[in-house]
Design a protein around this ligand. Sequence first.
Ligand SMILES: Cc1cc2nc3c(=O)[nH]c(=O)nc-3n(C[C@H](O)[C@H](O)[C@H](O)COP(=O)(O)OP(=O)(O)OC[C@H]3O[C@@H](n4cnc5c(N)ncnc54)[C@H](O)[C@@H]3O)c2cc1C
Length: 444
Amino acid sequence: MSKIVLIGANHAGTAAANTIMDRYPDHELVIFDRNSNISYLGCGTALWIGRQIEGTEGLFYASEEALRSKGAVIHMETAVDRVDFAGKTVHATDKDGRSIETRYDKLIIAAGSLPIEPNIPGKDLERVHVVKLFQDGQAIDSALADPAVQTVAVVGAGYIGVEIAEAVQRRGKKALLFEAADTSLSGYYDPCFSKEMDKNLANHGIELHFNERLRAIEGEGSVSRVVSDRGAYPAGLVILAVGFRPDSALGRDHLKLFDNGAYLVDLHQRTSDPDVFAIGDCATVWSNALEAPAYIALATNAVRSGIVAAHNACGTPLASVGVQGSNGICIYGYKMVSTGLSLEAARRAGFDAVYTDCEDLQKPAFIEEDNAKVKLRVVYSEKSRRILGAQMASTQDISMGIHLFSLAIAEKLTIEKLALLDIFFLPHFNQPYNYITMAALGAD
Ligand SMILES: Cc1cc2nc3c(=O)[nH]c(=O)nc-3n(C[C@H](O)[C@H](O)[C@H](O)COP(=O)(O)OP(=O)(O)OC[C@H]3O[C@@H](n4cnc5c(N)ncnc54)[C@H](O)[C@@H]3O)c2cc1C
């Protein structure tokens, strides 16, 4: 039996804690989290703020009490200030200022990520918020309830900014969406996909300010306008959604780091210190598309990495199978999903990437109900023929299709093999010449 200390009890930490307590009840587990809640599904923030769901209750799936009832010692609202890696001791301070010191045999760091705050004048004014914690959602929600707030500037058109812009507009406010790139979602999709999302946003009244950088936020105490490199606009609320950085404050002087500061881990989630594991948003993942470590901050990756670290910390060797960064978004019913690398990302990474596109109805044209167009792009290496990525879009739920491409990338499938894959046909579901086969057959 060994003593495991876990720092952070959100998605990665909760997955690790549950695995340890369920599978290895003989081990001692001590958990620290500086927040007052755990397991908040940030993906629900926009749904709740936009009133697409009733309340926030369902956005938590675990609790301090549940972990305690399984036998863990848990210190909430207690920040770990320092780790003495040589002495294998964690030093923390609780909300009343009391110091807590505890030794470990194995340490799991699940400290997550922090929102990037662009260094622009006025970012500390009232009613300038980031989107990360449940508490951030509450602050935005209450600002939107103020009738004086008529216009909201959302900064960053990644998936969180786009979702929040939709939510703000659903609350009857004018949403201005600022983005330095020339499309939304440019990190995950090629322009032919992102531009469809841009049209969708504009058609629903979101004012797009792309190719435009915010220079200042102004106001007396509270924000009243924003200034960009193109103009000035009144705004009663500013929401900053420009990305996340790994929180590696505790181990950055001792552990090996990736180029963005995340803890560099192996397939067992082990850091450069053999008794220390790092999981979730504070650590790297292994990208099967790049065949290299990468930083992909997603709850899905966090949960899997937590499970892997828990087994290894408890003495059962288990290797991660790597990730593809599969993701999805649904804005006003328009759905986009992707996995692996976009064409632009693949070329930037040095691949001889080419692509094949196909757009068709999901089902034969004689099926008149629930039959929408689906757009598909498959990215592959011209020489090796290995599939590197895929993007799909439709008003219909096509999300299950992207998992096939995720597996294809993980298993290094070639585009020629995909063309011959056994895909069933029934008019209720798809076409005899379906778009996946047709895209693969069309590959040069
Ligand atoms: C608005 C929003 C929407 C999202 N939507 C999706 C989605 O749809 N799908 C998806 O897969 N992902 C989504 N994500 C990303 C996902 O939420 C993150 O990848 C996930 O939260 C990472 O989990 P984590 O446990 O690694 O880190 P975090 O969630 O950052 O949790 C880290 C925990 O560590 C604690 N902690 C940190 N430092 C200390 C310390 N020194 N002492 C004590 N405690 C500490 C923190 O209090 C926190 O509880 C979204 C994120 C946001 C913000």
